[in-house]
Design a binder for this molecule. Structure first.
Ligand code: VGL
Ligand code: ZN
Length: 213
């Protein structure tokens, strides 16, 4: 039995990429993405420590289909680090689409970790860029602060949440993905595949009511 009593000192809530471009009306909208904001706010009340991630791309980022000739969003290219899905332009640094959704209470955040700022590498994970070797510094930060368990909400379940959760397990943290506080892109079965990979890595799949009662 997993202990879901929140430890105020060593547990942290990590809210992944709840940004306008991933919400309805945004450039890479995730169905129901905006619903993650009020539930994440509720969950914040159970934690002493809240950390946010922010997808933060330069305008000519290599993950944008617009940066490649004859490529459309959701096609794939071979990057030096492997296959890279191409996306519509999204979360461009300093634009409204990159801002946190207005319904998210971002004031409690003790850290905002930005990722995807290197033109040549995408970064789904909050820990490592898509080459799986360039660190963001997040693991070191979490360890220095003494966090042991990470509870994750946000967008998108099958990309940034899944990659972050799996890397967090590899880094030795206890990881809980709060399923109903996440929403997925779900292209070509990517959501089911992501849950298979998360479960295999040791991620715990929980519901918000297990924390909120
Ligand atoms: C994300 C695709 C591209 C995410 C970010 O936050 O899940 N997905 N950039
Ligand atoms: Zn992105």
């Amino acid at each position: 039995m997993v202990n879901l009593d929140i430890n105020k000192d060593t547990d942290a809530l990590v809210v992944i990429d709840v940004q306008n471009d991933f919400c309805p009306g945004g450039a890479l909208a995730v169905a129901g993405g905006d619903q993650v904001a009020p539930l994440s706010n509720k969950l914040m009340s159970a934690f002493d420590h809240v950390l946010l991630t922010q997808d933060w791309h330069p305008a000519d980022h290599g993950s944008f289909a617009s940066s490649h000739e004859d490529k459309a969003p959701f096609e794939t290219v071979d990057a030096p680090y492997g296959a890279q899905t191409l996306w519509p332009d999204h979360c461009v640094q300093g634009t409204p689409g990159a801002e946190f959704h207005g319904g998210l209470e971002s004031d409690r955040a003790e850290l905002v970790i930005r990722k995807g700022f290197r033109r040549a590498i995408d970064s789904y994970s909050a820990f490592y860029e898509n080459d799986h070797s360039t660190p963001t510094g997040f693991a070191g930060y979490l360890r220095e602060r003494g966090f042991k368990r990470l509870f994750m909400t946000g967008l998108a379940t099958d990309f940034c949440v899944a990659y972050s959760a799996i890397d967090a397990c590899k880094e030795g943290f206890g990881v809980f993905v709060i399923e109903d506080a996440c929403r997925a892109i779900d292209m070509d079965g990517s959501l089911a595949a992501a849950w298979d990979r998360m479960t295999a890595a040791g991620v715990e799949r929980i519901k918000s009511k297990e924390i909120l009662g």
